[in-house]
Design a protein around this ligand. Structure first.
Ligand SMILES: Nc1ncnc2c1ncn2[C@@H]1O[C@H](COP(=O)(O)OP(=O)(O)O)[C@@H](O)[C@H]1O
Ligand SMILES: [Mg+2]
Length: 243
């Protein structure tokens, strides 16, 4: 069994979501989501397929416009900020399905992540030091990697931009169990080093390992809070997902 993430409590509020609504055109998918993430915390959002987890992530990073509500980041209202400006302000987004550039090399994928910081080779090398498996495959096309390796690449691509918060959307999806464990260890390790984490998952085990506390989402709303104790209790999590 993997260990759980039991670090100290976070500091100031880094990300504050208030009464957020958003839609793809017909009817709101997010229906008044509110929660906050403190600096240094690792917060999970657990919810079944289709409840709006990805929509929430896209709205936070600005790929989808909110129809109502507010997003504050580092004390600043960013609700109407362009996605590229949000990225620069400190969002490291790891989208569901990873979205690596399949025809580009591993190294070039990382270069894209580092563009805003002046495409510095030292930043790429820093990532390779942290992800030796990516270094071994640095000249390989990203599309030729396994699902787990692509997930690691997507995480490294987000980290190389120097984010203040890492937003992970179902990193376990399509990844073999041993690599899911590795991703869990990586999340805990990053959080211990001070990285703030927002993790969206359906995978109970990864949620239990990676998050210190969390929320349950249903039909576009947060319906309950998960304390550290709730996260440690498998049956609470399974009930939350109605498994
Ligand atoms: N691009 C889209 N256009 C229209 N509806 C969408 C789109 N993406 C998701 N939806 C709908 O929004 C709802 C929430 O989807 P999503 O946020 O992907 O859920 P989750 O990530 O929790 O599985 C679903 O009903 C889904 O069908
Ligand atoms: Mg999703």
């Amino acid at each position: 069994m993997m260990s759980t993430n039991e670090g100290g409590r976070g500091g100031d509020i880094l990300l504050e979501i208030s009464d957020l609504f958003s839609s793809y055109g017909s009817g709101d998918v997010l229906q008044g989501v509110s929660f906050e993430v403190a600096a240094g915390d690792a917060v999970g959002i657990l919810g079944r397929n289709g409840v709006g987890k990805t929509t929430l992530m896209r709205t936070i990073v600005g790929l989808l416009k909110s129809t109502r509500g507010d997003i504050r980041f580092c004390g600043q209202a960013i609700t109407h900020m362009q996605p590229e400006d949000r990225a620069i302000s400190g969002f490291g987004y790891v989208p569901q399905g990873r979205m690596v550039f399949p025809y580009m090399s591993v190294e070039d994928n990382l270069r894209v992540g580092a563009l805003e910081r002046g495409n510095r080779a030292d930043l790429i090398e820093e990532m390779f030091a942290q992800f030796p498996r990516l270094r071994e495959r640095r000249r390989q096309r990203a599309g030729s990697l396994s699902g787990g390796e692509q997930e690691m690449l997507a995480i490294a691509r987000a980290l190389v931009g120097g984010p203040k918060v890492l937003l992970l959307d179902e990193p376990s999806e399509g990844v073999q169990p041993s690599i899911v464990d590795e991703i869990g260890e990586l999340i805990v390790d990053l959080n211990k080093k001070g990285m703030t984490i927002l993790l969206v998952e359906q995978n109970v085990e990864l949620m239990r390992v990676g998050a210190r506390r969390g929320y349950v989402m249903e039909k576009g709303r947060i319906v309950s809070n998960l304390s550290a104790g709730d996260l440690a209790d498998d049956s609470t999590l399974r009930d939350a997902l109605a498994l």
